[in-house]
Design a protein around this ligand. Sequence first.
Ligand SMILES: [Zn+2]
Length: 228
Amino acid sequence: MRVHRISLPLSNAFLICDRKNILVDTGCQSDFAQLSRQLIERGVKPESLAAVVLTHVHFDHCGCAAELRRRGVPVIASEQARSFLKSGKQESGTLQALAPKFLRSTLGNILPQAFPAVEIDVPVSGILELSEFGIEGKVERTAGHTESSLSVVLADGSACVGDLLMGGVLGLPPAWMPAQHPATLNKPLCLREVSRLRRSGVERFHVGHGDLIEASYLDRWLDLQKVL
Ligand SMILES: [Zn+2]
């Protein structure tokens, strides 16, 4: 199994190659050409993906899901994400919603608030084994960043956790340093979920923003969070 990071302007997507190939997250709507190019460079045509998993409903993660689904790729997302995805609206915990009132309209002008609406083909309410999609691993709910947040936990000891955790502050260096995403609905819950994944044996965390986060840095950071 290999996990390839697809670096897009605002976020990371991940191509997981095992018996088949799946994509976790899709960047922004405007990222489709870059996303396709990086997939093709790794020998994977976008339409050949066995599935796309959306970790949550924010514009920088589900922007190209509709385009992939149009090409026949089934969409896997949390049951809680369904109505948001269907209406093309972000769920709670957006940067704009957390900003002070006077900044909201400015942020709203800078950050897109919508993305192309898309249906879910495979809703996840508990745990979804990915064997039928050719991947040794599972999708499981890890709420906290948003209501619908989920993670892809892989047999190689890594997990794609979306924005449950991020590298650096807004992805700036040092991007290997664990941090919490600023637009997070429930930060204590996020920490609990990260600790739970870590205890269940996850050694490497692929995050939506920043670099891969290794267990050694994460464990020290988690200890510090308990103190703070
Ligand atoms: Zn997010």
